[in-house]
Design a protein around this ligand. Structure first.
Ligand code: G6P
Length: 610
């Protein structure tokens, strides 16, 4: 949801900013722009649409200079035009912003009354005017930005540059992500780690309500409320820069699908002991007594992470005897669900920055609820607001459509369910051994599945022009049907619905005809016979079938026009392995159609606005 970057150092920085924006483009691609102090003057280049347009503009009209800021936009206020593109500049000041300024209208009215002229419809432009107004009163840049952001309500991460104070960048944040990268004689600011990972692994994660003054030789961080300096806590990131590259794959999405065996293994690494038959999760910071005192559990998430949470409910019911409420964050945060100190809330989020999930979690915390999170990006806002975090260690996920984040979240929820099951004294050694070895072996099954893409190509060839598709699953595979439909919608723009197979006859069956294919998740599990009956109901109405079946189950395979085999794995491992066909069907359909797989229209990876 908008990506921002800043650089100050000895090098010409246009290229550094553009390379950073390439890594951030998944956050929004309605427009892009950079502003650099060049020979004491502020030079700005902006272009609507994808970053490529900005690159072309810069090729025609380059800029030099060693301090600058950049932005890639997901439009909220004002259409995706060039004049709404960031950076927004007033006088010698330029600003990039991620977030929403909720009180921009009264500020804008006040500034217009004071004689300011606005050039865009954005909420962001008020920040540039406020800073410039302060600068004209003779206030230094740090103080000018401090006073400006104190007036803002809503969410922001901003970076400001001023040609009249060219040896400083100012960065500030409230409820939108911002990280500083520390180098030798050069420093960076960005919305997230991959944007600057090729330059440094030394990062500082800014706290909410802080402002950083970034110079070539160091950074100073202060609280916005009272300008008191706070310690700079440096972290070294283990991710290697190559993880944020395509590595020979046509798309990041395909690369990330193929990374899943390793990613799931990384989620399990160091947490599973087959000798002690234990799951070690000290990061939860939760004792057996505290667990025993819980009266209810909520799982809260958005999008694909919500689907992982739904899988988690089946796992926790089976293994720990807990039936969590699995809630969409955007709904839960506005409900009056009863919660107290005996409630546990588990936030699931790849980015750790999703605004609704963060707000739901903070709201619960304010009511005394214990907060855990399952997250991929370390030190993001959600883990920082949690009492304990289970990191998935999936590595950077660049493709807007989430893949390895989902499977690693499912693996993490499985670990959590086993841990809770042990704490509850419900799991005997044999069950524990079977569960743990099933989990440990899952990566190898996934690896094997990734060696075959023929059935997906067959499905894509046959159905990439379909207008609508259905996905059916039962039990823990119902959320997989939802996920399969979501993936297809997101990247191929084919309308799709995921449904609980048994519910299909209460409505969606009316959609079935020979032009509407149905993907049926029908591996051998407790629901196998019932799902096969549901499949026959679709077939009887002329609906084409793509069936996901257990290897060797030729009878079920024969029920589909297209059959996709999956390995014979324990029932509770099925959600993990079934994630792959859901992702690969969508991927190959989209690739066949020629859509922009990694950056689908209208979407952004990290939704940091409500
Ligand atoms: C966006 C992304 C999805 C993601 C969802 C939740 O919609 O496009 O892929 O599942 O946000 O994001 P989170 O980072 O909280 O998991």
């Amino acid at each position: 949801m908008c990506g921002i970057i800043g650089y100050i150092g000895p090098d010409p920085c246009a290229q550094i900013l553009v390379q950073g924006l390439q890594k951030l483009e998944y956050r929004g691609y309605d427009s892009a722009g950079i502003a650099i102090v060049d020979g004491g003057q502020l030079q700005t280049r902006r272009a609507r649409g994808k970053l490529m347009n900005l690159i072309e503009t810069l090729a025609r009209d380059p800029i030099d200079g060693t301090v600058g800021i950049g932005h890639t936009r997901w439009a909220t206020h004002g259409g995706p035009t060039e004049h709404n593109a960031h950076p927004h500049s007033v006088g010698s000041v330029a600003v990039v912003h991620n977030g929403i300024i909720e009180n921009y209208l009264p500020i804008k009215r006040e500034l217009i009354a004071a004689g300011h002229t606005f050039k865009s419809e954005t909420d962001t432009e008020v920040i540039a005017h406020l800073v410039w107004q302060n600068r004209q009163r003779g206030i230094g840049l740090e103080q000018a930005v401090m006073e400006a952001v104190r007036r803002l309500e809503g969410a922001y991460s901003v970076v400001v540059v001023d040609a009249e104070e060219p040896d400083t960048l100012i960065a500030a944040r409230l409820a939108s992500p911002l990280v500083l990268g520390l180098g030798e004689g050069r420093n960076f600011v960005a919305s997230d780690i991959p944007a600057i990972l090729s330059h440094t692994r030394r990062m500082v994660f800014l706290d909410d309500g802080t402002l950083a003054t970034v110079r070539r030789d160091g950074v100073v961080v202060r609280r916005i409320s009272d300008a008191v300096e706070v310690p700079v806590e440096e972290r070294t990131i283990a991710w290697s820069p190559s993880l944020a590259e395509k590595g020979g794959y046509k798309h990041f999405m395909l690369k990330e699908i193929h990374e899943q065996p390793d990613a799931v293994a990384n989620t399990l690494r160091g947490r599973v002991s087959l000798e002690r038959l234990a799951v070690d999760l000290p990061e939860l910071q939760m004792s057996a007594e505290e667990f025993a005192a819980l009266s209810q559990v909520y799982v809260v998430a958005c999008g694909t992470s919500w689907h992982a949470g739904m899988v988690g409910r089946y796992l926790m019911e089976d293994l720990a005897g807990i039936s969590p409420h699995v809630e969409l964050a955007s709904e839960l945060r506005y409900r009056r669900a009863p919660m107290d100190e005996r409630t546990l809330i588990i936030a699931v989020s790849q980015s750790g920055e999703t605004a609704d999930t963060l707000a739901a979690l903070k709201d619960a915390k304010a009511r005394g609820v214990r907060v855990l999170s399952i997250c991929n990006v370390i030190e993001a806002s959600i883990p920082r607001a949690s009492d304990g975090t289970l990191y998935t260690h999936a590595g950077p996920e660049i493709s807007v459509a989430s893949t390895k984040a989902f499977s690693t979240q499912v693996a993490a929820l499985h670990l959590l369910a086993l841990h809770f099951g042990r704490l509850a004294g419900r799991l005997d050694d044999d069950t524990m051994r079977a569960e743990l070895s099933g989990l440990v072996r899952a990566a190898a099954s996934m690896e094997r599945m990734l060696q075959h893409d023929e059935p997906y190509l067959q499905a894509a060839r046959a159905w990439h022009e379909a207008r609508s598709m259905l996905f059916l699953g039962r039990g823990a595979l119902y959320p997989l049907a939802l996920e399969g439909a979501l993936k297809l919608k997101e990247i191929s723009y084919i309308h799709a619905e995921g449904y609980a197979a048994g519910e299909m006859k209460h409505g969606p069956i009316a959609l079935i005809d020979e032009t509407v294919p149905t993907v049926v998740l029908a591996p051998r599990d407790a629901h196998h016979d019932k799902v096969r009956s549901n499949l026959q109901e679709v077939k009887a109405r002329g609906g084409p079938i793509i069936v996901i079946h257990t290897e060797g189950d030729e009878e079920t395979a024969a029920m589909g026009g297209i059959a996709i085999p999956i390995p014979d794995v324990p029932e509770r491992i099925l959600p993990l392995v079934c994630a792959l066909p859901m992702q690969l069907i969508a991927y190959h359909m989209a690739d066949f159609k020629g859509t922009d797989v990694d950056q689908p229209r209208n979407l952004a990876k990290s939704v940091t606005v409500e």
